[in-house]
Design a protein around this ligand. Structure first.
Ligand SMILES: [Zn+2]
Length: 436
């Protein structure tokens, strides 16, 4: 362990030991209560769109044990009879280890790994408060893998947060979308652990991710928007490099996601056998046909591109990032329309400050989805992409008790998803509606 890391751990342990006895409520994760019946005014079946009224959802030991018209005698009832209940939401494209208020290219150079982990903890709380009970971290720049520490700490109940499925490093070519070093050559950093310019170097980065516990591999198939170096039109990793990553990951029973904006890079990633295309902003007809044929998922992250242009330089972006954001936006809607036309499998991803994550629902509907389809991306579809369909994604007996509530009818007005008033994760109540 590096010296600064040891100091950080000691300081953290010390502060926890001081704070915990005084404020048992704040840092300690909420625990599942005894048996509880949630009285739902309406329950949405996200598979079919059918709405059942006045349903008692019985929750015991973190699981949904039954749904019915009455509650068993003696079981306390939580009355949400004027609310609509949905499954806890799943966001398949987040980046936790960031201060989203500073999106400048220098932000990575100023952020220590411990500081990034603390931002991660804070971002987890925002996601949970917005109703997201499961997240897939779509890769980070932290060579020390703070995202894995967060994932494992949520799992062991050390901290409160959505359950996490994590990618490791951004596997990137030199000068590509995942190359943090935007300094002049006179000041160049030593080669970062995520940089891979050959097939063999990809194998090394992927194996390092696997060694330290990654769930997914994240490839930078093309350039992107939020960096000062790369061109989003251009394919970066070769198809051979990506195929090597897929071969090693699949053999290790892990999946592969590819950041892919430009048309050729999308197709190369799909041909290489990746499991999901992230963004897919310049998808063409041939690419859509290929994805449909291979069953490749799309995580379109629509709103973050729109928000980036609306926000201008509010969040310290380098001006070149804003220019790229404006240039790519015109491709977004035609590509998304192709994805819908070819009935691609689509999962929800926000790729933005968690405060804005719920805005992706409206963006999906503006892009052509029905409200139900938009809700499916963040529930049944997300669960399927993550291989967690047996546990999460719907409200059924036997599933984990991840429940949220909204006011109003999300099938009529998708913007109600921006105001989640109740959150339960694994039977523990995280957020309660304000008393009327
Ligand atoms: Zn991303």
């Amino acid at each position: 362990m590096k010296k600064p890391t040891i100091i950080f751990v000691l300081v953290l342990l010390f502060s926890l030991s001081v704070v915990w006895p005084l404020q048992a409520q704040t840092p300690a994760p909420a625990k599942p209560s005894g048996p509880l019946a949630v009285k739902a005014g309406k329950v949405l079946d996200v598979r079919t769109g059918q709405v059942a009224t006045n349903v008692y959802i019985l929750v015991e030991q973190g699981k949904i044990t039954s749904l019915g018209p009455t509650a068993p005698a003696g079981v306390p009832v939580l009355d949400l009879s004027n609310k609509t209940i949905l499954p806890g939401l799943i966001d398949c494209h987040v980046h936790l280890l960031l201060n989203w208020n500073d999106q400048s290219s220098a932000s990575f150079l100023r952020m220590s790994s411990p500081q990034a982990a603390l931002w991660g903890w804070r971002n987890l709380q925002v996601y949970l408060e917005k109703g997201f009970t499961t997240l897939r971290d779509a890769g980070e720049t932290d060579a020390l893998y703070g995202q894995f520490a967060l994932r494992d700490s949520v799992k062991s109940n050390l901290i409160q947060g959505p359950r996490l499925v994590c990618a490791g490093s951004f596997v990137s070519v030199t000068g590509g979308h995942g190359d943090l070093d935007s300094l002049a050559p006179d000041f160049a950093l030593k080669k970062q652990v995520n940089i891979a310019d050959t097939v063999d170097e990809v194998a090394i980065v992927v194996r390092r991710d696997l060694k330290y516990g990654t769930d997914w591999i994240k490839l930078m198939a093309t350039g992107g928007v939020a960096d000062p170096l790369s061109d989003f039109n251009v394919q970066e990793l070769s198809q051979e490099q990506m195929a090597k990553a897929v071969e090693i990951a699949h053999r290790a029973r892990r999946k592969v996601m590819a950041h892919a904006e430009g048309t050729e890079g999308i197709k190369a990633a799909v041909r290489a056998g990746v499991d999901s295309i992230e963004h897919g902003t310049m998808l063409d007809e041939e690419g859509a046909v290929l994805m449909a044929k291979q069953g490749t998922w799309l995580v379109p992250t629509l709103y973050t591109f729109q928000h980036g242009v609306e926000a201008g330089l509010t969040y310290n972006q380098d001006p070149i990032m804003l220019e790229k954001g404006k240039a790519i936006l015109k491709y977004q809607q035609p590509a998304f329309a192709l994805a819908l036309k070819h009935r691609l499998k689509i999962a929800f991803g926000d790729d933005d400050d968690p405060a804005f994550a719920p805005k992706e629902f409206s963006a999906l509907v503006r892009g052509g989805m029905t409200p139900l389809e938009a809700l499916q991306t963040a529930t049944v579809n997300g669960a399927e992409l993550l291989g967690l369909s047996a546990e999460i994604g719907t409200i059924e007996a036997g599933k984990t008790a991840d429940l949220i509530a909204v006011e109003g009818d999300p099938l009529k007005d998708i913007t109600v998803m921006e105001n989640v008033v109740f959150v339960m994760k694994q039977g523990a109540i995280i957020k309660q509606p304000k008393k009327d």
